[in-house]
Write a protein that binds this ligand. Structure first.
Ligand code: F6R
Length: 607
């Protein structure tokens, strides 16, 4: 979603800002812009479309030691040049970039209009610059504080004042901002990747914090303007993952990383001789774990699907009741927090606003919420009461792939841990661990058959509607397969519990409808075969994902993709791989912008 970069220092910041924005491109955006102070005057350049279009509008001699930059993902007002950030105050003295949503902007705008201010954009953000101007009486810092007092909603803001070229003002409430501390230079960004090439020394800002940054100094205050001390941390990040290497897209690279990323998710977390797992980050003693009667899971999108898979494993393997809620629903329904329930907030980015707020609401009511995050030191990771990193490595493609399989791996480990405290025998625990350890190799076998998946995807790519069907633990996999396909190929696709088709969706089936069945040989196998027959009788095109020895399903299918056999609890980690590849090759056949699909953002920091 929207990205912010700011710089103050000794260098010309124009390239630093543009390069920083390019590093944030993966988050999704529809316009971009920069504001700098050039020859004592504020200059703004902004354009709808790709960053390169904005970049080519920059004068060659543009030079500045202070500036702010933004990639916008439109929420209020269409994606055009005018609505792009940075925004200017009416007197052209102040400029701001903003991530988040100002919820009371229309009230503020009306008041300012009544005072004679004339607005230029349709955005909610522009009022911030105008409020700073209105409150300015020779003190930019003071005017910034006063403007913040009026704002309701969520924000990460960086502001620049033409008369004060020595500092930037920054505020965070609900939208992440991180400082980068260099030598005689300071960065601020919504994501460390924007400045990682320059410094690895960072300062994480928390919500309700305001910061004044100068080239050699930063001062953090809370919203009551009391000083806050904060240490500079050294980031230990591998930046090579932000490179596509020989792959044509980040998505394909990330799909191919799964044998390794899954290994990282379980590495060091198995106690093989006890047939169980250890998850130190949970901060729970065996006695605490023993008290848990129920598991609640909050997540969105692909992470929600991982949560659904986890709930099946938790109930069947650990015999512990588990439910999953879409965060945006949970947060507004006054959730019931029952004693004995432990919650998980699952989020690749760790910044998803809906999940963060659902987590806070549950915590406010006294619940313990554990994070399952990928991005280290993200907001959910920091605010949760403990948790587990999935260690997938940076996921750059908007469509989530390797994070999904790592999230399931971590949920499986938690279920194994709980199961071994309940019904699961030592022998079963050991068997499951053995099976888990074989998965990276089995995934590799599927990856070796990409050509066949490519062929099948191309064969059907002219068709418009796809159905994905599965039962039991394969139902969330069907949802995930459909989500992957629709988000990157823009083909209509639905994930359906196979047993539900005769209750309505079968009406969609005709000879132009590919129906993808996920059919591992588990306790739902025979029932799924009946559903295949039902679809076949209506001339639907059957594409199945089945075990390699499954002659029955192969004979029923127009096309099939084989996967190695595995235990039913672990089958989603294999069945989803062909679906990720199917979506990828369909989108490629259709010439779609795979890594940056239209209208989507990598990290959804607004509700
Ligand atoms: C789909 C996708 C989204 C995210 C969702 C939650 O490919 O990427 O559906 O899964 O926006 O994001 P996180 O996991 O960062 O909370």
């Amino acid at each position: 979603m929207c990205g912010i970069v700011g710089y103050i220092g000794e260098k010309n910041c124009v390239n630093i800002l543009v390069e920083g924005l390019k590093r944030l491109e993966y988050r999704g955006y529809d316009s971009s812009g920069i504001a700098v102070i050039y020859r004592n005057s504020l200059k703004i350049f902004k354009k709808a479309g790709k960053i390169i279009q904005m970049e080519s509008s920059l004068p060659d001699n543009l030079n500045s030691k202070i500036g702010i930059a933004h990639t916008r993902w439109a929420t209020h007002g269409e994606a055009n040049d005018i609505n792009a950030h940075p925004h200017l105050s009416q007197n052209n003295k102040f400029s701001i970039v903003h991530n988040g949503i100002i919820e009371n902007y229309s009230v503020l705008k009306k008041k300012l209009e009544a005072e004679g201010y004339k607005f230029k954009t349709q955005t909610d953000s522009e009022v911030i610059a105008y409020l700073i101007e209105k409150n300015y009486k020779d003190d930019f810092e003071e005017a910034f504080y006063k403007a913040l007092e009026k704002l309701e909603g969520a924000y990460g803001i960086v502001a620049l004042c033409e008369d004060n070229p020595d500092f930037l003002m920054v505020a965070r409430k609900g939208s992440p901002l991180i400082l980068g501390v260099g030598n005689d230079e300071m960065f601020v960004a919504s994501d460390v990747s924007a400045f990682l090439g320059h410094t690895k020394q960072v300062v994480y800002l928390d919500d309700y914090e305001i910061t004044k940054i100068e080239k050699n100094n930063f001062k953090i205050k809370d919203f009551r303007l009391s000083d806050i001390a904060r240490d500079v941390k050294l980031l230990d990040l591998d930046t090579s993952a932000s490179d596509k290497g020989d792959y044509s897209h980040f998505m394909l690279k990330e799909i191919f990383e799964q044998p390794e990323s899954i290994k990282r998710a379980f590495a060091g977390r198995l106690i093989e001789n006890f047939g169980t797992a250890k998850l130190g980050g949970l901060n729970l003693t065996p006695q605490d774990l023993f008290q848990i009667e129920r598991v609640g899971i909050y997540a969105c999108g692909t992470s929600y699907h991982a949560g659904l898979v986890g709930s099946y494993i938790l109930e069947e393997l650990a015999r512990i009741s588990a439910y999953v809620e879409i965060s945006s629903e949970a947060r507004y329904k006054n959730p019931l927090i029952e004693k004995g329930t432990i919650f998980f907030a699952i989020s690749q980015s760790g910044e998803t606003a809906d999940t963060l707020f659902a987590m806070r609401e549950a915590q406010r009511k006294g619940a313990k919420v554990l994070g399952i995050c990928n991005v280290v030191v993200s907001t959910i990771a920091r605010e949760s009461n403990g948790g587990v990193y999935v260690h997938s490595g940076p996921e750059i493609a908007v469509a989530s792939t390797k994070a999904f399989t790592s999230q399931i791996t971590v949920l499986f480990l938690y279920a194994l841990l709980m199961g071994r405290m309940r019904d699961v025998s030592l022998q079963t625990g050991k068997k499951l661990i053995n099976e888990l350890k074989m998965l990276p190799e089995k995934i590799q076998t599927i990856l070796n058959s990409v050509d066949k998946i490519d062929e099948i995807a191309v064969k059907y790519s002219k068709l418009n509607n796809y159905l994905f069907l599965g039962r039991g633990i394969s139902y969330p996999v069907a949802l995930e397969g459909a989500l992957k396909l629709k988000e990157i190929s823009y083909r209509h696709s639905e994930g359906i519990a196979a047993g539900e088709i005769k209750h309505g969706p079968i009406a969609l089936v005709d000879e132009e409808t590919p129906v993808i069945f996920i059919v591992p040989q588990d306790n739902t196998y025979d029932k799924t075969i009946s559903n295949i027959e039902e679809v076949k009788a209506r001339k639907g095109k059957i594409i199945s994902v089945c075990f390699e020895n499954d002659q029955k399903v192969k004979a029923l299918s127009d096309d099939y993709i084989e996967i190695p056999e595995t235990n039913s609890f672990l089958s989603p980690l294999l069945t989803v791989i062909p679906l990720q590849l199917f979506a990828y090759y369909t989108a490629r056949a259709l010439g779609c912008d795979i890594d940056k699909p239209r209208n989507l953002a990598k990290s959804v920091t607004v509700e």
